[in-house]
Design a protein around this ligand. Structure first.
Ligand SMILES: Nc1ncnc2c1ncn2[C@@H]1O[C@H](COP(=O)(O)OP(=O)(O)O)[C@@H](O)[C@H]1O
Ligand SMILES: O=C(CO)[C@@H](O)[C@H](O)COP(=O)(O)O
Length: 474
């Protein structure tokens, strides 16, 4: 007789797609998985996330035999609901930069000459930039006042999906978790409390906010009786998925580029470079995020008319530093540094550097230099870095892994290609079932290690070019 095993599921509703994994709760073994695409764009009707989730679940063979599941999702997205729980307008995503001015206004309103930035960092661990929910709410209040007025509750992507999976009862039943609440700009990871005054400063009035669950709390159950975990922001879920411990720094190269670490203490960085988020285990997750990561590779591969694999091969055929060619990759504006209106630029063009190989390498180097700057900022905040783990779609490229090791000046460890956000959500669901004080031990399997000669000169030249960019037109 075959032994009945307990199954859990994890969902990653990320910027570009929805991924579902079904795993054995005890061993973590992958049993089934599915995936469906999201449309492009920086605002999206949440119904499209729900549709993609259904498609990905179907592809993963359904969830009827699953005993618990959790949702991880892109952070910060503004999902406004009215009294009846209807979506008020399409969600504005983390990478939508229209609220750049709103961010500046919110900072100035808490104090002049940098005092406002310090006040925000102390209050909620972040200094407003266009990514955060509170600045999107301010944009809404100023530009679509009727929609702001109709907004009775504000949720994040994973809150809304979890609520839908639980049957979407009234807006007062919405839940979130510490990690995602910490990216709103109106919840403090230090006190564990909402700052309703800051919500009101953004939206113009108070609203229902999701109850903030602890890592092992339940958000209810699905109609088929599966327990719902608290869920998490995608970076916190990835941290759980790779089993990050204090001393590990995770660099994720997806639509966003992120550099983060699990830490015992909260960070409050008044420069705003390091965000003082919470993690998915009850600890903290200081994090640096760039807007331009894997899509830079997509864009340059498209320009050159090559596949991503060919782009990597071309890049490795050019010398380190691309003979002085530098790509500053602000293709969607940038968040770190805070340049919502910037465009990308290419410097150092000569007859010698005007080759596909030079451009391919310079694009990968430029994208990674932004992340290397992020690692420096994290370390400057006192974060330990004993080991760097590289994950996300971009980590599937050998060229990215090799060049990352050279630019970071450290070895990098690359887990086997996988869906670590969805895995982290599944692990949280397994934790809910086990009820242990720590998540169940799941192995991430074999890893690859890359250790290249350090190339500080590449970062120095990038630093000289980094600020020489034009604003967007119009
Ligand atoms: N072999 C590869 N080489 C380089 N990049 C890759 C490769 N495979 C996938 N990617 C990149 O992965 C990205 C998607 O990564 P992912 O982590 O799934 O993003 P997100 O979670 O933000 O939706 C794509 O933009 C693509 O450029
Ligand atoms: O804004 C952040 C982190 O602060 C991003 O990391 C988003 O959470 C989007 O993630 P991906 O879709 O790129 O994984």
């Amino acid at each position: 007789m075959t032994e009945q095993r307990t199954l859990v599921a994890g969902i990653d509703s990320s910027t570009q797609s929805c991924k579902v994994v079904v795993r054995d709760a005890d061993t973590g073994e992958l049993v089934r998985q599915g995936r469906a695409s999201h449309p492009d764009g920086t605002e999206i009707d949440p119904a499209l996330w729900w549709g993609a989730l259904g498609e990905a679940v179907d592809q993963a063979g359904g969830l009827d035999d699953v005993q618990a599941l959790s949702v991880g999702a892109q952070q910060h997205g503004m999902v406004c609901l009215d009294e009846a729980g209807e979506v008020v307008r399409p969600a504005l995503l983390w990478n939508d930069t229209r609220s750049g001015q709103a961010a500046l206004d919110l900072r100035a309103e808490l104090g002049a000459d940098g005092a406002g930035d310090r006040a925000w960092a102390e209050a909620v661990g972040v200094v407003p930039v266009s990514s955060f929910t509170v600045t999107k709410l301010r944009w809404l209040a100023r530009n679509e006042p009727a929609a702001a007025e109709r907004t009775a509750a504000v949720a994040l992507p994973h809150d809304w999906l979890t609520w839908k999976l639980a049957g979407a009862a009234g807006i007062e039943t919405l839940t979130t978790d510490r990690s995602d609440a910490s990216g709103t700009g109106y919840w403090s990871a230090t006190t564990g409390e909402y700052r309703r005054d800051l919500l009101t400063l953004g939206l113009g009035h108070d609203a229902v906010l999701p109850a903030v669950l602890g890592p092992r709390d339940t958000a209810g159950s699905t109609p088929t009786g599966a327990a719902l975990g608290a869920g998490a922001g995608d970076n916190a879920a990835a941290g759980l998925g790779v089993g990050a411990r204090p001393g590990d720094v995770v660099i994720s190269i997806g639509t966003s580029g992120t550099v983060f670490a699990v830490a015992d203490n909260a960070v409050a960085d008044p420069s705003g470079i390091v965000a003082g988020f919470a993690d998915a285990t009850g600890r903290h997750l200081p994090l640096v995020c760039t807007l331009n990561a894997a899509r830079v590779l997509d864009a340059v591969a498209g320009t050159l008319g090559v596949t991503l694999d060919e782009l990597g091969r071309l890049a490795l055929s050019a010398p380190a530093g691309s003979d002085g060619l530098v790509v500053v990759p602000y293709l969607e504006g940038e968040r770190t540094p805070d340049r919502p209106d910037a465009t990308g630029s290419v410097h150092g063009l000569t007859l010698r550097t005007s080759t596909a190989a030079h451009l391919a390498r310079a694009a990968i180097e430029g994208m990674l230099c932004g992340l290397a700057d992020g690692l420096d900022a994290l370390i400057a905040q006192g974060v330990r870095c004993d080991r760097v783990l590289l994950v996300g779609g971009g980590a599937r490229s050998e060229a990215v892994c090799r060049i990352a090791s050279a630019l970071l000046g450290r070895p990098v460890v690359v887990p086997a290609p996988g869906e670590y956000v969805a895995d982290g959500a599944a692990r949280q669901a397994a934790w809910l079932l086990s009820g242990g004080t720590e998540p169940p031990e799941w192995s991430i399997g074999d890893t690859l290690g890359y250790e290249e000669d350090a190339a500080p000169q590449v970062r120095e030249r990038y630093a000289a070019a980094r600020d020489k960019v034009l604003p967007q037109v119009g």
